[in-house]
Each structure stands twice: as C-alpha cells, then as structure tokens.
Design a protein around this ligand. Structure first.
Ligand code: ADP
Ligand code: GLC
Length: 477
C-alpha cells in the first residue's frame, strides 16, 4: 500500500512526547511489511535535514502562501517537510512560555492543507491517508475538495487519537480564515459547544478511527474519560479500534544503547549498576554504597496533571521517608517544576530533579533506575513503562489506559507479574503501592524474577503495524 501520513511531530526531527516516537516507528514498521509511507510534517526551525524537492502554493482563506518542500528518506520512509518559516521557525512546536501560539489553527490548517496540495501531485495514487491528532484533524475535511484528484480517489482515511485531552478547540470565526465554509458549524461536523474542534473534524470525517491502546478505546467512550467527546465517539464506536503502540526496539535496546555506560541484557542484569552509578552522578546524588544499594525510582515525564503529579505532590511529606532515592527528568507546568526543585533542595542526598528535555538522560534513567514511577490519572498508551520493562526497570503505574494493558501487577503468591499497579487514583493507594514495591525489592530473587518476566514481553511494532494494515482495509471509501 501507498500511505500518506500527516503529523505535527516525528522523532528524531521534532519531539515533545510519545506522538513523535510513534510517527517515527510506525512508518518504519509498515515499511518492513512492504508498504511505502510518505510522512508530511512541518520543517520547524532547527531542522536542517532533507533535500529541496519543490514548492507548493497553499490557499488558506483569503491568503495564499507558498512553502518550500524538503524530503529525506531513511529506513524506507520518506519524510516530507513543509517549510513555512513564518509559521514554523519558532521557539516551540505549539507555544512558548506556557502559552499556545494564537495562530495555531492557521499553522496546522496549513500543514493539513499543504500536505494534500503536495501529495495531490503524486504519479501513483495513495491507498491510505492516515493522520494523527487534532493538528492533522482537518486533513479529511480538506480532502473533500480533492475528491476528484486521482492521487486520492481510492484512498482510505484513518484518524488516530493519541490523547483525547487535546481537542484543538478554537473560535468559530476561524472557519473562513482557514478556507472552510461556515456550514461546517454543525453538530455532525466541526461544531463543539459553539466553537470548532479540529479533533472533531478528524473524528467525523475519517472512515476509520484508532486510538493507542485497547483499554483507552473503551475508556474514552465513557463520561469519566471522554472529556466531553464520549457521545461523539460512541456514535462512531463501530469504526473505532484500540491498537497498542509498540516501541522502537532498535532505539530502546539495553544491549546497544549508546547512552548507557555498559550494555546489558537479561543474562547480565548486574551491569545495570554502571548506569545507576552514572545517573546518580549526573543528578548530583551521592555515589556511595548506601545509595547504590537503595532502590532508585526514576520519572521521565511532561509535568502535567495527566501524569499523576497531583498525587505525588500530595505525598510531599511521605516520599522522603521511603527507603528510596528519586530522580526526575521533566518539563511542563511551573508549579510542578517548582515542586520538584524544592523537594530536591530539601533532600539533596535522596531526591534530584532536572528540568529540561534530554533524550540521552531519559535513556540513562531507564538503564539505571530500579523502578519507574508513572501514576498517570489517564494514559492513552504510554511508552516509558514499556521502555522500563525492556530495561529491567520495574514500573509502578496507575492501572489505566495503556498502562493497564501493558503492566501486569505482581502477585507474591504466584510470583507472577511485571510491575506494580493500583486501581484507585488516590495518594494513599499510590503510597501503599510504592511500599509494596520497595518491600519486594528487598527479596533479590523475586525482584530478578520480575525483571526477567518484563524483559521477555514483546512490545515490538510488527504486530501493531499489522493491525493498522487491517484498519487501512476497513477505512476504504
Ligand atoms: P506523552 O506522549 O503523553 O508525553 P508517552 O509515555 O507516550 O507520554 O511518551 C513520552 C515520550 O517523551 C517518551 O519517549 C519519553 O522518554 C519522552 N520524554 C518525556 N519527557 C521527557 C524529557 N523531559 N526528556 C526526554 N524525554 C522525555
Ligand atoms: C500521547 C499520550 C500517550 C501516548 C502517546 C503516543 O501523548 O499521552 O499515552 O503513548 O500519545 O501515542
């Protein structure tokens, strides 16, 4: 199949979260299955890769704006970058200093419309148009204007929801400025409580819908997790399937990870200690025997409510009393950044925090930590718990969404399970679960057994990529 993908980020070119990992790895997995993928994304400032391959003229309301198009092929995937410096050469991908860019509707309508302009010139038609999240939600909406274009006539349309909490909601006055008709202000189109939602555009105008785990696909059809979209999603329930994200097991591989001081695998887990030493040193914690023996709990996260930082903040008095050290790597809400910095300042021998985004340190934490903490309130899929399992780092997670689907709770009687999970979203339950985990840590045999069980899990992309191919067949016009 010939597949056109559109997304606002993809690793290693631009990344703020898991979406970028998925839009990097899924196309490669599809290429391994023999399919051809063109992935279109913005050429943000700082992206220097790619050869110029042409120019497009994109009409957006009364404005017509040109962009240079660059392309780069790696591992069988062609990434196509739209270069509109006015829109994309900025400090952040979506905003700066905690505020979204006010012209985001235009920036991402441009991406959506521009991707179609560029792809409409293809000699060989596309079989599939697969777009991700609200930033590409207008692709199937604009596509109606290309219905007679040979490149798209037979194309299936499929929309993937990576996180229902981000809905691309804007004032309805944007419609004409995006080149869209006011008639789209209908409940069965873009209208959402008197505004427009680009996420809703993706959901209503695509034939097939997916989200990134089975559990989350069920959850988002309930009022509790639906963020106001549960009714809309129930109306499209027959076309919605959950496909768990895979992990790129070449990028996240403890046997060859260039960010680890020593490689390791299931047969030599004691070599994790070299990584632990290096993490402690990098975070400025003591590198002595006591600290090396004490369990190290890692966190790598966007610092937002979704990730359970309210539970952690509620435990500010208890965390330092646990027999554990903590390292946190993250950026996000100022209040959570300040929370971690002040906690670390008060307990410099036990707790350390780095505010920033750093791929190498993320790998090192996965390599060196004993436990990985991810108490998300909700989690569409989550990748770090899977990276942790692969690195022999035991995850402690709230049993929700993809965390529920990928981490099996430890059962002391049968010695089965790959991590520690809790159901009730409360600080007390989290604390009890951490205590339970730290107790099992004292039993070296049981711990090793659990590490090995996690390392044996198969989270590679191939099975999930095949499920996407099935959905591509279902998404045909
Ligand atoms: P989400 O997409 O909701 O942020 P995921 O678990 O799906 O959550 O993916 C997060 C990805 O972003 C992982 O690859 C993780 O390692 C990475 N990440 C998050 N914060 C940081 C950070 N501060 N530094 C480096 N990598 C980070
Ligand atoms: C979103 C979700 C996360 C998921 C990622 C990739 O950012 O929050 O759970 O893993 O997308 O699908």
């Amino acid at each position: 199949m010939r597949i056109l993908m559109v997304a606002s980020e993809a690793a290693p070119f631009a990344k703020t979260g898991g979406l970028a990992d998925v839009t990097a790895a899924l196309p490669r997995a599809l290429a391994r299955l023999g399919h051809a993928v063109d992935l279109v994304m913005p050429r943000y400032g700082g992206i220097t890769i790619g050869e110029p391959i042409g120019r497009i003229t994109v009409p957006l309301g009364r404005v017509v704006a040109d962009a240079m198009v660059y392309a780069e092929t790696q591992a069988g995937v062609r990434t196509v970058f739209l270069d509109h410096p006015g829109f994309y050469h900025r400090d952040g991908l979506y905003g700066a200093d905690g505020a979204d860019y006010p012209d985001n509707p235009e920036r991402f309508a441009y991406l959506s419309r521009g991707a179609l302009e560029w792809a409409s010139g293809a000699d060989v038609p596309y079989d599939v148009i697969h777009v991700h999240d609200w930033q590409a939600g207008l692709v199937p909406v604009f596509l109606r204007e290309f219905t007679d274009t040979p490149a798209f006539r037979q194309a299936a349309t499929i929309f993937t929801i990576h996180n229902l909490a981000y809905q691309g909601i804007f004032d309805a006055s944007w419609l004409p400025r995006l080149g869209l008709s006011d008639s789209l202000m209908r409940v069965d189109a873009l209208e959402y409580w008197n505004q427009i939602s680009l996420l809703k555009g993706g959901i209503m105008f695509s034939r097939a819908l997916t989200t990134v785990s089975r559990r989350y696909a069920e959850e988002i059809q309930t009022p509790e997790f639906g963020n106001g979209f549960d009714g809309i999603l129930r109306s499209r329930s027959a076309d919605l399937v959950g496909i768990r994200n895979g992990i790129d097991d070449t990028v996240w591989d403890p046997t060859s990870d260039p960010h680890l001081p020593e490689a390791f695998d299931a047969s030599c887990l004691e070599r994790k200690l070299a990584s632990k030493r290096m993490v402690l040193a990098r975070f400025g914690l003591p590198v002595d025997d006591t600290t090396l023996q004490r369990p190290l709990i890692g966190l790598i996260s966007r610092l937002v409510d979704q990730k359970g930082f309210d539970l952690i903040a509620a435990l500010r008095a208890q965390l330092p009393t646990l027999d554990a050290s903590f390292v946190l790597l993250g950026t996000g809400d100022t209040r959570y950044e300040e929370f971690w910095l002040s906690l670390a300042a008060r307990h410099p021998e036990r707790i350390a925090a780095h505010i920033g985004f750093d791929e190498g340190t993320a790998h090192l934490i996965e390599g060196g930590a004993d436990l990985f903490l991810m108490p998300s309130r909700f989690e569409p899929c989550g990748l770090n718990q899977m990276y942790s399992l692969r690195y022999g780092t035991i995850p402690v997670v709230h049993a929700t969404g993809g965390l529920y689907d990928t981490v099996r709770d430890y059962d002391a009687t049968t010695r089965s399970g790959t991590g520690f999970t809790f159901d009730e979203y409360s600080p007390d339950t989290l604390l009890r679960t951490l205590r339970r985990a730290l107790e099992v840590f004292q039993d070296a045999d049981a711990w090793r057994h659990m590490q090995l069980a996690g390392m044996r899990e198969d989270f590679s992309w191939d099975a999930s990529a095949r499920e996407y191919v099935t959905m591509y067949q279902r998404g045909r016009p």
